[in-house]
Design a protein around this ligand. Structure first.
Ligand code: HAM
Length: 419
């Protein structure tokens, strides 16, 4: 049996990096007041038709849909913003800004390639209930901090795509310009359903055409222009680097005003977006609620991990080497309380309940890329000592075996000191 095309198992040792990324996301996002939400992977198909848009590629070409056993039309979520808005509209969040983050699998039936999968994972943040450009700026600032903490070089591109008041005039002028130009077959269709998408077509011919197209920023109404200028002004104040990108539009239909992407040229090719987001002030209306302004972002986890330096956030491994089977029972309380102690520290304890000779232990520790080793043989145990070895510097020191608590904290102290 094989895993489905475009999907993969995330298993050790790779899963360690996932664990680390999620841990960091949780701690950074919650320090900015975003709390975790977990929503179902399956939703009514209608939710995405009405939010992401039935003409968008994501819904019309890529969404996994099926009828369940009672005949309901179900979709595997292609994204999570619509679900979070559904949560907001069905809960009682009035009178406060609902700031939430999530992570989990999304599904899009695309042609798989590097950085593009059919089951992929996103982390995301949504702030619902605030109009102000300060909330857009805070979100962008937070993401900038987050990518820096991960050691990922991410470039920010930003644009405003206007609102239902100013966009129609632009669309009209864009269509009349495009109708005289030669476009790729996809854009010939997009021009009718979603002409803004022509602006970010990756086909060379379309890109040339687009260079001469009317520019959206000249059409923004006063409200959209003020919002955008204020946002750029706040980002300047915060010293966040960005590139204004006149042609940045997004593939999902719910956006108004601010749109932005973090990209990395190192990702290469057409999948250079680490993530994207923007304002969706009209989405609540599309889903049958009152108008509630909102802004959010989602990043691709696989793409982020591809850009993370290998050693960022990898925990230290402490390998326990017992040279004699008789020591297993004697050392067991120390080994297990070291593990219990390590749970929120920056190290992991690994051992086997077996003894080997030191050469074999060193081979095993090497394979695990362990940083530290504790060696315990008959001789050491008799003298109430164990050996603490730094595997990177090869330096060895004795640690007294005392009562459980003292010994464990002495070993931990040395790990922290040597890390
Ligand atoms: P999106 O641009 O469709 O936005 O997806 C966000 C990110 O998910 C992309 O930039 C990319 O890193 C990753 N991604 C998308 N499709 C794939 C794929 N097939 N394989 C691997 N990675 C992929 C959204 O989904 C919006 N919900 C973002 C948002 C949140 N807007 C407001 N709030």
């Amino acid at each position: 049996m094989k895993v489905l095309r475009g999907m993969k198992d995330i298993i050790p040792p790779e899963s360690k990096r996932w664990e680390d990324l999620i841990k960091k996301a949780g701690s950074v996002f919650s320090s900015f007041g975003y709390e975790l939400s977990i929503t179902p992977i399956l939703e009514e198909e209608e939710l995405f038709n009405r939010s992401v848009g039935s003409d968008s590629d994501v819904v019309s070409k890529e969404m996994y849909v099926f009828s369940d056993r009672s005949g309901e039309k179900i979709a595997l979520r292609p994204e999570n913003t619509a679900s979070i808005m559904r949560v907001f509209l069905s809960g009682d969040f009035r009178g406060k800004v609902f700031k939430t983050w999530y992570w989990g699998p999304m599904f899009r039936h695309e042609r798989p390639q590097k950085g593009r999968y059919r089951q992929f994972f996103q982390f995301g943040l949504e702030a619902i209930g605030d109009n102000s450009p300060y909330i857009d700026a805070e979100l962008i600032y937070l993401l900038d901090v987050f990518y820096k903490k991960l050691g990922v070089e991410a470039k920010l591109e930003i644009n405003s795509i206007g609102c239902k008041d100013c966009r129609p005039k632009y669309k009209k002028d864009l269509i009349s310009f495009l109708s005289n130009e030669k476009l790729c077959p996809d854009c010939d269709k997009r021009m009718i359903n979603n002409p803004l998408r022509v602006l970010d077509c990756k086909e060379e011919g379309c890109q040339k055409v687009v260079l001469k197209a009317p520019v959206l920023s000249n059409y923004l109404c006063e409200d959209c222009r003020d919002h955008f200028l204020k946002l750029l002004n706040i980002l300047d104040n915060l010293k966040v680097n960005y590139k204004k990108s006149e042609r940045l539009v997004r593939g999902l239909d719910y956006y108004v005003k601010t749109v932005f992407e973090f990209t990395s040229s190192e990702l290469g090719g057409r999948q250079n977006a680490l993530g994207g987001g923007g304002r969706y002030d009209e989405l609540s209306l599309q889903l049958g609620g009152n108008r509630v302004p909102a802004v959010g972002y989602a990043g691709g986890i696989e793409r982020t991990l591809m850009m993370m330096k290998e050693n960022v956030g990898i925990e230290n491994i402490l390998y326990l080497a017992l040279l004699n089977d008789e020591l297993i029972d004697k050392f067991l309380p120390y080994a297990l309380s070291l593990k219990a102690f390590a749970y929120d520290k920056n190290f992991t304890v690994i051992n086997e309940f077996k003894s080997f000779n030191i050469k074999k232990h060193l081979e095993k520790a090497n394979k695990l890329n362990a940083s530290f080793m504790i060696i315990l043989g008959e001789e050491e145990f008799k003298n109430s000592k164990l050996i603490f070895k730094n595997l990177k510097t090869k330096k060895e020191e004795f640690v007294e075996i005392n009562d459980l608590e003292t010994t464990v904290s002495e070993i931990s102290r040395r790990i922290i000191e040597n890390s």
